[in-house]
Write a protein that binds this ligand. Structure first.
Ligand SMILES: Nc1ncnc2c1ncn2[C@@H]1O[C@H](COP(=O)(O)OP(=O)(O)O)[C@@H](O)[C@H]1O
Ligand SMILES: Nc1ccn([C@H]2C[C@H](O)[C@@H](COP(=O)(O)O)O2)c(=O)n1
Length: 282
């Protein structure tokens, strides 16, 4: 139909935009890898031996970033200040693992603006702004090329939506129209782009522990966070990853109790090393 863009055309434009942006000035990872739309029929796949970026297809019909779909993806999930960065730091010393922390520095400075601070100051006005940017930067994290065979990420595009956007909306701090627009974006992305996750590691803490660690970390923007905010985030995490009643799980969940002191936590990480890394055999 004249003037009507198909989904494929829309995606083509989207990828071209990302490429152009990456090449120009974006602080997002440059999108230079070859992309392909996964075909529904595996028999129709074309594969050129010896070319690392050869065209590959998937049975799902989703767009796949070539080569990256073979790597294991582990997402470390948990409340604010639960110890995710500390956990990633520990595993960063393991060869074969590339860790990708949450792009918080971008959320604190996008072209001179601080949407994280704005969101905490006035969530009704700035929640959509922050969460739109979080969604983009988390997608960029999921799709970035890495050299190692195992990708360990802090959080995911899934928790951004199922925990933080959901929390803003349910607490009445995000207007319904903002929630609807963010949901449309999220649904489009997850329907059309392959975002594989092999394992979720849930650092399970009490909100009180996080509150203490948050105060200790003393991030300027977060000084206004009350215990009740951490309780809401905790409840949403429990509903998603433990009760499994709220939103789809993108991967199996390994729960690590994380209220313990640092030394004990490092010991727990070591104890769970094999279970965590076994995600790469799946
Ligand atoms: N097991 C622990 N016991 C005490 N403090 C911790 C522990 N793990 C992390 N911390 C401290 O708590 C704060 C938040 O930890 P961090 O790893 O940044 O959490 P997250 O990345 O989940 O927000 C930091 O100051 C960190 O040094
Ligand atoms: N979708 C998201 C993700 C994170 N945040 C906030 C919460 C914290 O203030 C900060 C970083 O989180 P941490 O890694 O310390 O747990 O970003 C958010 O508002 N929305």
């Amino acid at each position: 139909m004249p003037g009507t863009a198909t989904r494929g055309m829309l995606f083509g434009r989207c990828v071209k935009l990302l490429c152009a942006h990456g090449a120009r000035s974006s602080s997002l990872s440059p999108s230079v890898a070859v992309w392909t739309k996964g075909l529904r029929t595996p028999a129709a796949a074309t594969f050129t031996p010896g070319q690392s970026r050869a065209v590959r297809t998937a049975v799902t019909g989703k767009l796949v970033r070539n080569g990256e779909d073979k790597k294991a993806v582990i997402c470390i999930e948990g409340n604010i200040a639960s110890g995710k960065t500390t956990c990633l730091e520990y595993f960063s010393k393991t060869s074969n693992i590339e860790v990708l922390t949450e792009p918080v520095s971008k959320w604190r400075n996008v072209r001179g603006h601080n949407p994280l601070a704005l969101m905490y100051q006035d969530p009704e006005r700035w929640g959509i702004t922050l969460q739109t940017y979080v969604q983009l930067t988390m997608l960029d994290r999921h799709l970035s090329s890495i050299a190692a065979p195992i990708r360990m990420m802090e959080r995911s595009i899934f928790s951004a939506k199922y925990i933080f956007v959901e929390n803003l909306y349910r607490s009445g701090k995000m207007p319904e129209v903002d929630y609807a627009v963010l949901s449309e974006w999220f649904d489009w992305i997850t329907t059309n782009i392959s975002i594989p996750v092999d394992l979720i590691v849930y650092l399970q803490t009490s909100p009180e522990t996080c509150h203490e660690r948050l105060k200790q970390r003393c991030r300027e923007e977060e000084k206004v966070i009350p215990l009740e905010y951490l309780e809401s985030i905790h409840q949403l995490y429990e509903d998603w990853l433990i009760k499994r009643t709220s939103a789809p799980l993108p991967a199996p969940v390994l729960v690590i109790p994380a209220d313990h002191d640092l030394q004990k936590m490092l010991h727990h990480y070591e104890e769970n090393r094999e279970k965590i890394l076994s995600a790469s055999y799946l």
